[in-house]
Design a protein around this ligand. Structure first.
Ligand code: SAM
Ligand code: SF4
Length: 546
């Protein structure tokens, strides 16, 4: 079979970005080529998100556009991966005959086989009967389906998805270019917030063996990665009980998360037989010192122990940044969301984080970020006022604000009418965005005069626009693309360009712009350099290097 070219587009969260990276690595090893131009691909894959309806609509529209194309290009193979495949299942295939394969997020290790199968089926069908071009081919799917919580028996079963992470291809291509990477530590979620599809699409919470995580961090560090973000839906719930570890074929299997009762500030089961989240952070910090920045997302506001805050305080390479969504400032709404904490418990949690970690005088202010849902069923003006007050008290560096989107299959969808009109949702969304904008502005201005270590990501977008070059985001880094060729040197002409505006991030995830001599600019990419902040705007700090 001739080499096939794949276009892979990712929607949604960082977990999806990592899934796409792992899948792309496997497919590249199997000989597939990749293109950034969907029109040039033989295989179009969408790694999808179901968290809000809007994210799904984008994919429906992409699939709709492919209908005509498939008539023109009958051997085109179209695949839907991720949460939408899992959530919609057969419904998606029925509505979109253009789709040849579907693969849920818990089955992505099976994608290479599925794809091979889909490509061969399509080709042989056309060879047998060229007139069948417009017809649907035999379709392939790997979905967990009704058994999406089957991971409860995982301790006794081979967890093949772990193989996808274990076989992560960290190629020499990465070396020298890539400085930031994601590493998964837990999958799935046990929380069942009433609005959320994640526990259904990604299954039960499972924790990877600590040694697998540490080995992956070391392998990434060996290729030049210096910043790692650990991923989990409730990342601070990570724990691995060594006495209960099961090995299959010599590979230690991930473990189902034990239910937390909450309220404690230290893992009550901590000790030599259990690796807690605090232990894991400490181990990576000590055993992989080449990782100069270690972060984690997303924290669940309950069960965030003082043990974690102590490790963060005492480990210089652990970033002073916590993303801990509050979701609402009303106890009544938090109850309806099944969040499992009260507003005062959330306030107390943020106060504790600040007590331990906020050290602006040492150049290490704690940066917090959050998520809020507006217009949850039955939310009144009074509830919303409480949310505004929560956002004002919390002083997030940034906050993602979402209008409630009813998701089929969730408890809220089944039991709570979506009774806040769209108009009110929009008003509340805009009002909260304005409140957050003022806070972000103020926090930015507070940084003026401070000096921060900045991880340089590349040349700023403004500079690219000035030069008429494309910005191509990849692995958190920015590369220059000129006429389809990635080439930084071709763009910078030291005779003309005396200085160039660079961009990077602080440990608190604030964006910094600074000027560097044109000749030095390229060498700074991927370095951590000191920058003194001289002025500020909402979305970025401006400063001087050196
Ligand atoms: N696990 C994380 C947590 O609990 O904070 C967040 C994961 S979720 C994929 C990301 C964010 O999407 C949530 O924090 C929530 O604010 C938002 N979200 C989830 N379901 C939603 C829904 N049905 N409508 C609107 N926003 C939603
Ligand atoms: Fe969804 Fe809640 Fe789990 Fe976050 S904690 S993924 S919002 S169910």
């Amino acid at each position: 079979m001739a080499q096939r070219t794949v276009y892979l587009e990712t929607f949604g969260c960082q977990m999806n970005e990592l899934d796409s990276e792992l899948v792309a690595g496997r497919l590249a090893e199997l000989g597939y080529a990749f293109t950034a131009d969907s029109d040039k691909a033989d295989v179009v894959l969408y790694n999808t998100c179901s968290v809000r309806e809007h994210a799904e609509q984008k994919v429906w529209s992409r699939l709709g556009d492919l209908k005509q194309r498939k008539a023109r290009q009958p051997d085109l193979v179209v695949g839907v991966l991720g949460c939408m495949a899992e959530r919609d299942g057969a419904g998606l295939m029925k509505r979109m005959p253009v789709v040849d394969l579907m693969c849920g997020p818990a089955e992505l290790d099976k994608l290479p086989d599925l794809l091979d199968n889909a490509v061969r089926t399509r080709l042989s069908m056309l060879a047998d009967d060229p007139a069948s071009a417009g017809r649907v081919s035999a379709r392939v799917a790997a979905l967990v389906g009704g058994a999406s919580r089957r991971s409860s028996t995982l301790a006794a079963a081979a967890d093949s998805l772990e193989l996808l992470d274990l076989s992560r291809s960290i190629t020499p291509l990465d070396a020298g270019h890539r400085r930031s990477a994601y590493v998964r530590i837990t999958r799935g979620c046990n929380k069942f917030c009433t609005y959320c599809v994640v526990p259904f699409t990604r299954g039960a919470e499972v924790h990877r063996p600590p040694q697998h995580i540490i080995d992956e961090c070391k392998r990434l560090a060996d290729t030049g990665v210096i910043e790692i973000t650990l991923l989990g839906q409730t990342v601070n719930h990570y724990r691995f009980e060594h006495d209960a570890a099961v090995a299959v074929g010599g590979i230690t299997q991930p473990q189902k998360g034990r239910s937390y009762k909450g309220g404690h500030r230290r893992d009550p089961f901590g000790g030599s037989r259990v690796t807690t989240f605090a232990d894991l952070l400490h181990m990576i910090h000590e055993q992989v010192p080449e990782i100069l920045r270690l972060r984690f997302i997303t924290s669940y506001p309950r069960d965030f122990g003082d043990d974690v805050l102590e490790v963060m305080r005492d480990s210089p390479r652990l970033c002073r940044y916590i993303h801990a969504p509050g979701q609402s400032g009303s106890d009544r709404i938090l109850g309806a969301m099944n969040r499992g904490y009260s507003v005062s418990a959330y306030d107390e949690f943020l106060a504790r984080c600040r007590d331990y970690l906020d050290e602006p005088d040492k150049g290490r202010p704690l940066m917090l970020s959050g998520d809020i849902i507006v217009g949850f069923p039955t939310e009144t003006d009074e509830d919303f006022d409480r949310t505004i007050a929560l956002v004002q008290r919390s002083r997030y560096k940034n906050c993602y604000i979402f209008k409630y989107s009813p998701r089929p299959g969730t408890i809220a969808f089944d039991k709570m009418p979506d009774d806040v009109p769209e108009e009110i949702k929009r008003e509340r969304n805009n009002a909260l965005l304005a409140v957050q904008a003022d806070i972000s502005d103020a926090i930015s201005r507070e940084q003026v005069g401070r000096t921060f270590d900045v991880l340089v990501e590349g040349i700023s977008r403004r500079e690219h626009r000035k030069r008429g070059t494309d910005v191509k985001p990849g692995s958190g880094m920015v590369a220059l693309t000129v006429g389809g060729q990635t080439s930084r040197a071709a763009v910078l002409d030291p005779e003309i360009d005396h200085s160039v505006q660079m961009t990077g991030r602080t440990e608190g995830d604030q964006i910094v712009f600074f000027d560097a001599p044109a000749q030095a600019g390229d060498n700074l990419v991927g370095q951590i350099v000191p920058v003194r902040i001289t002025s500020a705007e909402r979305l970025g700090l401006h400063g001087q290097h050196g």
